[in-house]
Design a protein around this ligand. Structure first.
Ligand SMILES: CC(=O)SCCNC(=O)CCNC(=O)[C@H](O)C(C)(C)COP(=O)(O)OP(=O)(O)OC[C@H]1O[C@@H](n2cnc3c(N)ncnc32)[C@H](O)[C@@H]1OP(=O)(O)O
Length: 430
């Protein structure tokens, strides 16, 4: 029986431009990912993706058929694609951990279910672990694919709709002031505000280079002027730099006039409430829709008419993967002191073993201990990833049947230890 290597050759390379355009390998790789995600091959989008990928330091991996069928897409078009790069993740208390991000995973329909994803994921995660990454992360197209590779859902997002046909009023008046901003102003404000959000929000993933398009009033994908987008900034006091911003646009949905919140980044209470006060004050709006709302949303509690806010969807957002358990567990701060021994099962091996976590004055120190050391909790690598960030409690994961408690009270202890002092949330799509 033919092996993977008989049929395919795997090439890993850095994307590059020649005379401002993606070189042949880069262009073919990007065009192939667009087939996988049902996106068009607009040359502007392909160029912008290449520029963004270079800015991020992405490494592309392509799987190429050794014997392509005559007349099929060119030999330089991969039948499988995969990208990896490094960005930081806030793991709590302002601790940022450089993590290995996985993106653009596609396998051509004519080559699927032959183990190509498994081959790529196994090989690339091993390389990421060998290069010293303690964590990997991705956002998933489907929720049933990545658990088998040790990824667990770590942050969630909500889609909300606010009925603006009822009066919009906040219970507390925010400080500071909101004004509409020009795209040029936003290009300076947005990266700084996001950096503040990223430094203070557990679960935040640093943003990729292509976000600069949105900050400049351009379409994220094509870098063409986005004529529908509007921007506003929040300023905490006269003359102070802006500490929050929102990008939004108006769309029609049948008879409804809808304000769509595109990107709202507000690291402070006043910025968050001030920007919402502004959005709620815009006339000729029937609904406000926001698809990146936090699960623990202050707006629900801030609204006088809280029933006007409806959650219309919720899903997993960032999936984490622990590649080095002692390093990852030692990197984040903890809400409660204590000691826990965790037995972790990991089919890919990276986080497999028994680990003792000691927390003193909120600082964690984790070490690998002997396989036979008595463990208080037992879980698989995907569940460890979910537990790690603190967005889901150990007790809840225990109730879901994902953590076995071998010492009475250990689930409660882990719940207190892993709790974050701020809601776990992120505003980066990658
Ligand atoms: C991080 C990201 O980029 S998310 C985006 C992922 N890409 C997409 O959704 C684009 C469209 N889909 C595809 O390109 C492909 O179908 C992929 C990448 C999802 C799967 O690629 P394949 O090469 O067919 O997967 P492969 O044959 O290696 O399967 C590996 C395992 O995952 C499972 N699997 C693969 N696809 C799916 C799926 N859609 N749902 C559930 N399980 C799946 C397989 O059953 C197999 O399980 P096993 O090894 O435990 O028996």
């Amino acid at each position: 029986m033919a092996t993977f290597d008989d049929d395919y050759v795997v090439r890993t390379f850095s994307p590059s431009l020649v005379d401002g355009k993606p070189d042949q390998a880069t262009e073919a790789w990007l065009a192939a990912t667009r087939i996988g995600f049902h996106e068009d091959s607009d040359p502007d989008s392909v160029r912008e993706s290449a520029i963004g990928a270079i800015d991020d330091g992405r490494v592309f991996t392509g799987v190429y058929a050794r014997n392509p069928v005559a007349g099929s897409l060119g030999d330089d078009w991969p039948v499988g694609t995969y990208a990896g790069y490094t960005k930081s993740i806030n793991v709590g208390g302002g601790a940022l951990v450089d993590s290995y991000l996985v993106s653009d995973v596609t396998v051509r329909a004519t080559h699927r279910r032959r183990g190509m994803l498994r081959h790529l994921m196994t090989d690339r995660l091993a390389a990421a672990a060998a290069s010293g990454h303690a964590l990997a992360a991705l956002t998933a197209s489907e929720s049933t694919i990545y658990r088998r590779f040790g990824f667990g859902p770590a942050t969630r997002k909500r889609s909300i709709v606010i009925d603006r046909r009822s009066p919009f009023a906040l219970l507390a008046q925010p400080g500071g002031r909101v004004e509409m901003a020009s795209p040029t102003e936003l290009a300076t404000v947005a990266p700084r505000v996001f950096a503040q959000f990223h430094a203070t929000t557990p679960g935040s993933v640093d943003r990729q280079g292509q976000y600069a398009n949105a900050y400049n009033g351009l379409d994220y994908g094509t870098a063409k002027p986005d004529k529908n987008v509007r921007a506003a900034i929040h300023v905490p006091s006269p003359g102070a730099p802006a500490d929050g911003y929102v990008l939004y646009s108006m769309v029609s949905d049948g008879p409804l006039s809808v304000l769509k919140v595109g990107d709202l980044v507000a690291p402070t209470r006043d910025a968050f409430l001030g920007l919402w006060d502004f959005l709620g004050a815009i006339d000729l709006v029937d609904e406000i829709r926001w698809s990146r709302a936090p699960v623990e949303n202050p707006l629900l509690h801030a609204l006088a008419g809280s029933r006007d806010l409806k959650t219309v969807g919720e899903s997993d957002h960032v999936w984490l993967r622990v590649l080095d358990a002692p390093a990852a567990l030692s990197a984040r701060p903890y809400g409660h002191d204590g000691s826990l021994t965790l037995r972790v099962h990991d089919k890919l091996g990276h986080a497999d073993g028994t680990f003792r976590l000691d927390v003193t004055d909120g600082a964690g120190h984790a070490t690998r201990v002997g396989e036979n050391a008595p463990a208080a909790l037992e879980l698989d690598a995907a569940t460890l990833a979910t537990l790690y960030l603190g967005g889901v409690s150990a007790s809840l994961l225990g109730s879901a049947g994902l953590v076995a408690e071998h010492r009475q009270g250990a689930l409660g202890e882990a719940t207190r230890m892993f709790a974050q002092d701020r809601p776990v949330y992120g505003v980066t799509d990658f």
